[in-house]
Design a protein around this ligand. Structure first.
Ligand code: UTP
Length: 225
């Protein structure tokens, strides 16, 4: 089976408390698929938001708030390692370290790296440096919408977007550390410059994720030119 990079939204790994059921079914799916190589990049979820929002109220600047978010992503990455029963015991702190691990072992799990972006960018950079052409992005929503579907009832789902369209849509919802964007804007520029296709879907349907990982038709949004 092929190689893949998956970006797993922190909001599905840890929406408040860790979602053990998701972690178990997702890791079972990956292990059953038995890919030749895979990388999983895990987001910060609710703990990241709690710390960022608290620091914002305390008067912190974005750089330090981002660092709090990064620590939350690494805690969630440890949960993913446990669920996968992985031999990996350290979370790589750079994309280069993760890439190096992928050369010597079958899989790597990581969280964030440095301030200024989210784990979406980390997953795109890991795909770029590893020569992997597709990134699967699993979130709490079943694709990209014209507006936030949790807030606007008339939001419409978009099945296909060019990098430029996705970049503009993402930029429009940027609000600093822990923004509520479907993917951060930098990640879409990485996709554009290296032609990495992005498949976005919900984390609640394992059969759908399996179809996407197998390169079959799936319910969600595809970003690419
Ligand atoms: P996430 O990758 O989880 O961001 O990182 P997100 O997409 O906003 O949240 P989810 O996963 O969809 O719930 C959380 C926060 O940590 C900081 C950013 O502030 C980000 O919003 N972060 C994360 C970084 O600064 N650098 C990184 O490499 C990763």
């Amino acid at each position: 089976m092929k190689k893949f990079i998956i970006s797993v939204g922190g909001s599905i790994v840890n929406p408040g408390t860790p979602d053990i059921q998701f972690l178990n079914s997702f890791s079972r799916l990956i292990l059953d698929l038995n890919p030749s190589q895979f990388g999983i990049v895990v987001g910060g979820g609710k703990p990241a938001r709690i710390y960022v929002e608290t620091m914002r109220k305390l008067g912190s600047e974005n750089f330090s708030m981002d660092n709090a978010g990064i620590l939350a992503t690494r805690m969630n990455a440890l949960l993913m390692l446990s669920a996968l029963k992985s031999e990996q015991k350290l979370i790589p702190e750079t994309v280069e370290q993760a890439h190096h691990l992928l050369k010597t072992q079958k899989s790597v799990v990581m969280g964030g790296t440095v301030p200024g972006h989210t784990t979406d960018t980390v997953s795109m950079l890991l795909a770029e440096i590893s020569g992997i052409e597709t990134v699967i992005n699993i979130t709490s929503v079943d694709g990209v919408y014209t507006m936030d579907p949790a807030k606007y009832r008339d939001a419409e789902k978009i099945e296909k977007l060019s990098y430029k369209e996705a970049f503009e849509l993402s930029l429009a919802s940027y609000t600093g550390a822990a923004s509520n964007q479907f993917m951060d804007s930098v990640s879409l520029l990485i996709g554009m410059r290296s032609g990495i296709k992005i498949k976005i879907m919900s984390g609640s349907d394992m059969e759908n994720i399996k179809s996407a990982l197998e390169g079959k038709k799936f319910n969600g949004t595809v970003i690419g030119d």
